[in-house]
Design a protein around this ligand. Structure first.
Ligand code: GDP
Ligand code: MN
Length: 382
């Protein structure tokens, strides 16, 4: 679960990772009051679960509470990469002397925690890693030993942070690692980590991804999702007990079983297409489930063709076929649907599908061929 910046900073503050003083506001008046309480110059920051807010105009410096009011008025309601801003974080402005980068995450292949630090912060770190890999220092951390003092020191010196930042950065890294472990995070990322004109090292941004498997240890964490943005189509899928994840392409995918759906995504990409979603109808899916799944894809304007890939085990091919037939009768499907049925009762299922007199229904005998058809059909749409 990805937290908003202010939620991440409040977790940081609990552990003692230095963060600027700030308040959440949902209206310009609240932002103004927050600025009055904080005093001096403040920064008004859009709270959305995407990066690059600065470039999108979602971060503005205010000299006084009146300006904070006006900036909040401009930022609240703003759309940043498809996310509407419902909250702003008003925080004491920092005098930035240098911007760095720091993060902790899990390196599954190494079976270790991975710490990263760079003197080139405040910018797109993926870009830095691609063009100047030596500028990003990586250290593997034994999860039992934890981040040792010498490792934190090594990180700071190898990354060549300004000498006056060294002591603060080492202390901050240790606290940040502690936050990463204690809160069961998948990721803690601070970009930028700053050195202030006063010589303090502070987390100016916070990207925290919590591991939901750890929530049994943190009864207060699930409620953090209350002000998170969930795409309406994902909400609808959840209500219908379907496992749906929005992706960036234009081929709608329906399959049974997470493994098969993931393989389907791979095959679609192998034959040159891009899936618009992951949708697992689960084991034992019948007609109603298939209709519900197709209705969900109808909410997504990016879909140009649909690929239904069913391998029957518990799921029966004839029931799925009946669902597809019913969907063609009841729904005005806006795209062609390629169907590959195999496994339990596949022959019966195919027979049922053969009865559908619609050029929009395209039966296909193998996964690869089905993917190729769906990709070609999507490409044919202008
Ligand atoms: P992001 O664009 O979503 O990653 O948001 P950040 O919180 O990282 O802010 C982007 C940039 O805004 C930072 O790299 C800083 O350069 C600038 N910024 C943010 N807060 C302050 C502040 O308190 N003072 C100054 N001078 N700049 C700030
Ligand atoms: Mn940032």
């Amino acid at each position: 679960m990805d937290l908003l910046e202010y939620q991440g900073k409040s977790l940081f503050a609990r552990i003692g990772v230095p963060v600027p003083d700030g308040r959440v506001a949902t209206s310009p008046t609240e932002a103004q009051r927050a600025a009055e309480e904080i005093g001096g110059r403040v920064v008004v920051k859009a709270q959305v679960q995407v990066g690059g807010r600065g470039k999108a105009g979602g971060i503005k410096l205010a000299e006084n509470p009146h300006e904070a009011h006006d900036h909040a008025l401009a930022i609240l309601g703003m759309d940043i990469k498809g996310h509407t801003v419902h909250k702003v974080w008003v925080e004491s402005a920092s005098n930035i002397k240098a911007e760095y980068y720091a993060s902790f995450t899990l390196d599954r292949s190494a079976k270790r925690h991975l710490g990263m630090i760079s003197a080139k912060g405040g910018v797109d770190i993926e870009e830095v890693a691609a063009t100047e890999p030596e500028a990003v220092v990586k250290v593997h951390i034994d999860p039992v030993m934890g981040l040792t003092n010498w490792q934190a020191t090594e990180m700071v010196y190898r990354a060549k942070l300004d000498p006056e930042a060294a002591r603060g950065a080492i202390a901050l890294l240790k606290k940040l690692y502690q936050a990463f472990v204690e809160f069961d995070c998948d990721l803690v990322e601070v970009n930028p980590l700053i050195l202030t004109a006063e010589g303090n090292v502070v987390a100016l941004d916070a990207k925290v991804a919590l591991d939901e498997n750890g929530f049994f240890r943190h009864p207060d964490f699930p409620a953090l999702a209350d002000d998170h943005f969930i795409p309406p189509v994902e909400k609808m899928a959840k209500e219908r007990d379907l496992n749906f994840i929005k992706l960036d392409g234009d081929i709608g995918i329906i399959g049974n079983g997470a493994g098969l759906v993931m393989s389907t995504l791979d095959v679609v990409s192998l034959v040159g297409g891009e899936a618009s979603n992951f949708l697992d109808v689960g084991g034992g899916a019948g007609a109603d489930t298939i209709i519900a799944a197709l209705e969900i894809l109808m909410q997504d304007p990016s879909v140009k063709s649909v690929l239904i890939n069913i391998f029957g085990g518990i799921t029966r091919g004839d029931l799925v076929a009946q669902g597809i037939v019913a969907a063609f009768e009841r729904l005005d499907l806006p795209w062609p649907v390629v169907v590959r049925l195999d496994g339990t009762n596949a022959a019966e299922g195919r027979e049922i599908l053969a009865g559908v007199k619609s050029a929009q229904l395209i039966p296909s005998s193998t996964m690869r061929e089905a993917a190729e058809r769906a990709v070609a059909l999507a490409k044919a749409v202008v």
